[in-house]
Design a protein around this ligand. Structure first.
Ligand SMILES: Cc1cc2nc3c(=O)[nH]c(=O)nc-3n(C[C@H](O)[C@H](O)[C@H](O)COP(=O)(O)OP(=O)(O)OC[C@H]3O[C@@H](n4cnc5c(N)ncnc54)[C@H](O)[C@@H]3O)c2cc1C
Length: 418
């Protein structure tokens, strides 16, 4: 996009956190042309983290989790209609109902969807994933004091669902190949294991599903160590995949996400930028290492940064960020900053990991690569500031995927004060 005065007709595909923040920033920066947001869900943008927490427990209603500001933006919302193709040569986005929406500037923000697991077909009776409000309401309706729930996957979503399901009184079994919360490192994993077991969750770590049958309303599941589990409902929480299928043939370079340059311009498509879970780009804060980050704060920051790139054209600046995320489960808040999964050692800087809250700095060799804290958010501030100032000096090698993190001043929702 050459100049901000020339920019008319911006189309944003994906009506969620990154797309909304792009729309807000365009308006805040003075863009007064037409703005169309295309979304396949029927709802106006809402917040996803409560889907596995407050909404699932029943503490929040769908109206409580609407993202603020969507109604005041002079936007044409095209909701309930997925984009099915991008014709970059003709500069149109085609939707499932056959409409062609022309654009001068384009923001791709279609996020990610739940990864599926053989044996548990998406949409099959008593099989759940958790990505949308509809998913969360369906799962909530299935959870009662008698429900036997099997959760496959002990990442963030799996562990949060286990916590919420226990609050609703369900009997919960979790099976996972990796240690719980593996990307946050072994100290966090051990703490999550302890909390889950104290809450009455049966954990099978280092196991997977070997065979599964659904008969007479019951899932009969054999784990890889021969353990038999019966469950009324199964939640598949084995990670997510970027929603890029609709971009095939568009000229955009696809792989693990849509490849962008350092300022979030889509490689292979002119006048297009991307933001949020869908983006793989060379992260300046990590020596230009290509990354895709599936965290709330990244979607907020990238939405804003992508919008500025669209407005500034050649004058756009590189976007770099230190990942940071939080997870609430079993009455505790886990916080992570940087990439603790790269660490070969952790140094406890506050508290005691064995029996309560703690904070630890994560090192790869002598390089500070991140930090984690359980119930002690303030204890991470020094690590956070250091990483945000200096980044992490890495070779720009190998693509990375950072599953469900800079907390460069971004306040997380529901952030508890210590
Ligand atoms: C259950 C859950 C709990 C989470 N908890 C946390 C947490 O505690 N902390 C944290 O940091 N992060 C958390 N996250 C991650 C965080 O919510 C995401 O990183 C964030 O929502 C990404 O925003 P996004 O706009 O890039 O993508 P998304 O929020 O995935 O939105 C993409 C939107 O585009 C739509 N779309 C997809 N394809 C098309 C198409 N072809 N046409 C039109 N629309 C399309 C999707 O349906 C969706 O509405 C959680 C995520 C989930 C699912």
């Amino acid at each position: 996009m050459s100049t901000d005065n020339a920019l008319r007709d911006v189309v944003i595909v994906g009506a969620s956190l990154a797309g909304l923040n792009a729309a807000k920033t365009l308006r805040e920066e003075g863009y007064d042309g037409s703005l169309t947001v295309i979304g396949d869900e029927r709802e106006h943008p809402y917040d996803r983290p409560p889907l596995s927490k407050e909404l699932l427990v029943g503490e929040s209603a769908p109206t409580d989790i609407a993202l603020p500001g969507a109604q005041d933006l002079a936007v044409t919302w095209r909701l309930g209609e997925p984009a099915v193709a991008l014709d970059a040569r003709r500069r149109v986005v085609r939707t499932a109902d056959g409409m062609e929406i022309p654009y001068a500037g384009l923001v791709l923000a279609t996020g990610s969807g739940a990864r599926s697991l053989p044996g548990f077909a998406v949409g099959a009776p008593h099989v759940h994933v958790l990505r949308t409000m509809a998913d969360a309401l369906r799962l909530r309706a299935a959870l009662s004091a008698d429900t036997r729930l099997l959760i496959v996957g002990c990442g963030f979503v799996g562990i949060e669902v286990a916590s919420s399901a226990r609050i609703r009184g369900a009997h919960v079994t979790v099976v996972g190949l990796d240690a719980p919360l593996e990307p946050a490192g072994p100290l966090a994993g051990a703490a999550a294991t302890r909390l889950a077991e104290q809450a009455g969750v049966r954990l099978h770590v280092g196991r997977t599903v070997a065979a599964a049958r659904f008969t007479e309303g019951v899932h009969r599941v054999e784990l890889s160590d021969g353990t038999q589990v019966e469950a009324d409902h199964v939640v598949v929480a084995v990670g997510s995949v970027p929603n890029i299928g609709w971009l095939s043939g568009s000229g955009a370079e696809l792989g693990d996400g849509v490849l962008c340059d350092e300022a979030l311009r889509v490689v292979g498509v002119t006048d297009a930028v991307a933001a949020g879970d869908i983006v793989r780009w060379p992260n300046a804060a990590f020596g230009g290492r290509p990354m895709r980050i599936e965290h709330w704060s990244n979607a907020v920051e990238q939405g804003a940064a992508a919008a500025r790139t669209l407005l500034r054209g050649d004058g756009a600046t590189p976007f770099g960020t230190v990942p940071s995320f939080w997870s609430d489960h079993f009455g505790m808040r886990l916080q992570s900053v940087g990439l603790p999964r790269m660490a070969d050692r952790f140094e406890v800087i506050a508290g005691t990991p064995e029996d309560g809250g703690f904070a630890a700095a994560a090192y790869a060799g002598d390089v500070l690569v991140g930090g984690v804290a359980y119930g002690m958010p303030r204890a991470l501030v020094a690590v956070r500031i250091k990483l945000a100032r200096s980044g992490v000096p890495l070779e720009p090698a190998g693509p990375m995927h950072v599953p469900p993190a800079p907390g460069t001043g971004q306040q997380e929702p529901g952030h508890r004060k210590e």
